[in-house]
Design a protein around this ligand. Structure first.
Ligand SMILES: Nc1ncnc2c1ncn2[C@@H]1O[C@H](COP(=O)(O)OP(=O)(O)OP(=O)(O)O)[C@@H](O)[C@H]1O
Length: 268
């Protein structure tokens, strides 16, 4: 992936606009008096995995939630700056939030399948969109379950309750449900932190595979996980972007002492 400026001495990587999916500029956010994000500027490259890491409370989830406008209903939130998805301002008045959330899907820490069958979970968003024949819908459901590496485990019991699946399978079902409506970006907020090690590895493999056609943004507490799955890593502290670079560089040769102290565990 080409970079737009000499990265040897800068703690910030950058990408040309045509290689980025999301462009965040001068983004600040406060919950009432509590400043959570402070003047963040970064671009998220298309069809790559970008990890947000940093100590608890540094603003990782807040930043992720801005990207599909999950703060909209919180009257306390005051935001400044802008976020562009493929060049379009996501906060512009003409943007339909439901369509934005279709394009920018989100998966949370705890798997949250709906109380319905495996099939109906994946069909849910497709039915809301309407306009598809049953045959076409079933093809998309199979494609989404295959893309989420779940098809072989559920193809003979699509009509059973989603809650009969294991936690790891439920999380892959939620990913399939999100994929079914054709997002361009997938936001993952600690997607494996409630899962056992084997399920975690499956989710990580899935994340790596999905970047062939999706842009992925991963919030994780687990630095080994960020190192295993992401191409680029942004380190946040106290609501500020401290360093942003190729994951390998950030973990083996960080530019700043603050980053090094965090990744070596010298700072909680
Ligand atoms: N709904 C909210 N109302 C008020 N303050 C909030 C709210 N959500 C988060 N905060 C505060 O904003 C700051 C950033 O929180 P955020 O959850 O984004 O951090 P984080 O890096 O994701 O933390 P963690 O790793 O613990 O999940 C914290 O000080 C947090 O207490």
């Amino acid at each position: 992936m080409p970079l737009v400026k000499d990265q040897r001495h800068s703690p910030f990587i950058d990408f040309p606009p045509e290689a980025s999916s999301l462009a965040i500029r001068g983004l600040s956010l406060a919950y009432g008096d509590k400043q959570a994000l402070n003047n963040l500027t970064l671009r998220v490259p298309r069809h790559r995995v970008t990890a947000f890491i940093g100590p608890s409370g540094c603003g990782k989830s807040t930043l992720l939630r801005v990207l599909n406008r999950l703060h909209d209903l919180n009257d306390e939130v005051v935001r400044g700056g802008e976020v562009r998805l493929e060049g379009e301002d996501i906060h512009a008045p003409e943007v339909a939030v439901a369509e934005l959330r279709r394009r920018v899907g989100m998966v949370f820490q705890a798997p949250n399948p709906f109380p319905m069958s495996i099939h109906d979970n994946v069909a849910f968003g497709l039915r809301l969109q309407g306009g598809l024949s049953k045959r076409k819908r079933d093809d998309i459901i199979e494609w989404a379950l295959r893309s989420a590496a779940l098809w072989d485990e559920v193809k003979d019991r699509l009509r059973t309750s989603a809650w009969s699946l294991s936690g790891g399978q439920q999380q892959r079902l939620v990913i399939a449900r999100t994929l079914a409506v054709g997002p361009e970006v997938l936001l993952l907020d600690e997607p494996a932190s409630a899962l056992d090690p084997i399920s975690t590895l499956k989710i990580e493999e899935l994340i790596r595979n999905l970047k062939s056609h999706l842009t992925l943004v991963l919030v994780t507490h687990n630095m080994q996980q960020a190192a295993r799955v992401s191409d680029y890593t942004a380190f946040l502290q106290d609501g500020e972007l401290v360093e942003y670079g190729p994951t390998e560089t950030l973990f083996t040769n960080p530019r700043l002492a603050r980053t090094e102290n965090y990744i070596t565990g010298r700072m909680a």
